[in-house]
Design a binder for this molecule. Structure first.
Ligand SMILES: *[C@@H]1O[C@H](CO)[C@@H](O)[C@H](O)[C@H]1NC(C)=O
Ligand SMILES: *[C@@H]1O[C@H](CO)[C@@H](O)[C@H](O)[C@H]1NC(C)=O
Length: 301
């Protein structure tokens, strides 16, 4: 145990980059693969509250407030005071995989609508922390819409973001009215774990979720896997103490990449992602050596 801990520390010292002792940090986006099928996030049904819809400006009639920009609600939408360089923003409340938008113009006539727009996204909404939605060669994407009727646009990549901003750049009808829906899905918290293919809900192969490019759920290498590591898994899942740290893929390998190796928990950490480990990009794992656990039931207090 002591020697493996020294090895881990050595490896962590040698390897730098995003995958060190705490690599489970949110990346900005998922690349091109959506982790889920996007659905409406609440501009139409009101799940997104008025206070979460803000804009750079709005026209002085109250019917054009940012909160009027809800898909299929009312007939006006948001209308900025001056069209150029304006934006409307939604706070989705927590990190969300955003797959696209439904855009809609003024309902009664379909004459006033946004013809072209771009999109930015952010995890914090701090001024220096916005990224433009871009294509695979890094160019900002301009989305085009040809009518005021509800039209879906699908993003070329799926950002993981809490905030989305729409920047209209061309419009039909002298001014424009904009209503929209945000399409996407909630994703597990970064570093979330679950037990899979066990005998009951307290046993199984350990799978961990990472907001990373191309990786969502992954497995854990059983190299150096011990009861301290298993205890942390059981604690994170709000179960009782660990009784087994299973090696040799006793609960199967799953069809997933192995994303953590040489896990070296003290046993007191509250999350597996808080333990030192080595990323499998640097330290290969034998795929027939995937970790599992058996936990006791949680004792009622
Ligand atoms: C847009 O996408 C949503 C979610 O997938 C779907 O429910 C809706 O019918 C689509 N609307 C149009 C106009 O295609
Ligand atoms: C992986 O482990 C199995 C079982 O211990 C062994 O038979 C196999 O040779 C190992 N493969 C590699 C590539 O080390």
């Amino acid at each position: 145990m002591a020697s493996s801990r020294i090895l881990v520390i050595l490896l962590l010292t040698i390897f730098s980059g995003p995958c060190m002792s705490h690599p489970i940090n949110g990346d900005e986006h998922f690349g091109t693969s959506a982790p889920c099928i996007g659905g409406p996030l609440g501009m139409q049904n009101g799940a997104i509250p008025d206070s979460s819809i803000t804009a750079s400006s709005f026209y002085y009639y109250a019917i054009y407030y940012p909160r009027a920009a809800r898909l299929n609600v009312g007939s006006y939408g948001w209308q900025p005071r001056t069209p150029n360089g304006q934006w409307i923003q939604v706070d989705l409340g927590k990190p969300t995989a955003v797959t696209g938008l439904t855009m809609q113009g003024r309902y009664s006539t379909s004459t006033y609508f946004v013809r072209a727009f771009s999109v930015q996204y952010s995890m914090t909404a701090d001024s220096g922390d916005w990224s433009s939605l871009s294509n695979d060669v890094g160019q900002t994407v301009t989305f085009r819409v040809s009518s005021g009727a509800a039209t879906n646009v699908t993003f070329p990549m799926v950002p993981l973001a809490r905030y989305i901003r729409i920047f209209p750049s061309q419009w039909q009808g002298g001014c424009y009215n904009l209503r929209f829906e945000v399409l996407g899905c909630q994703v597990p918290e970064d570093g979330a774990i679950k037990l899979v293919d066990g005998d009951d809900e307290r046993s199984g192969r350990v799978e961990i979720y990472h907001h990373g490019e191309g990786v969502s759920w992954g497995t854990v290498c059983a190299s150096d896997w011990d009861i301290n590591d298993a205890d942390v898994v059981c604690r994170q899942l709000d179960l009782g103490a660990a009784v087994q740290a299973n090696k040799a893929s006793e609960y199967g390998t799953g069809d997933l990449p192995v994303v953590m190796n040489k896990v070296a928990c003290e046993g007191t950490e509250s999350r597996l992602a808080d333990c030192p480990f080595v990323c499998t990009a640097y330290q290969q794992c034998n795929n027939s050596d995937v970790a599992g656990v058996v936990c006791l039931p949680k004792l009622s207090k």
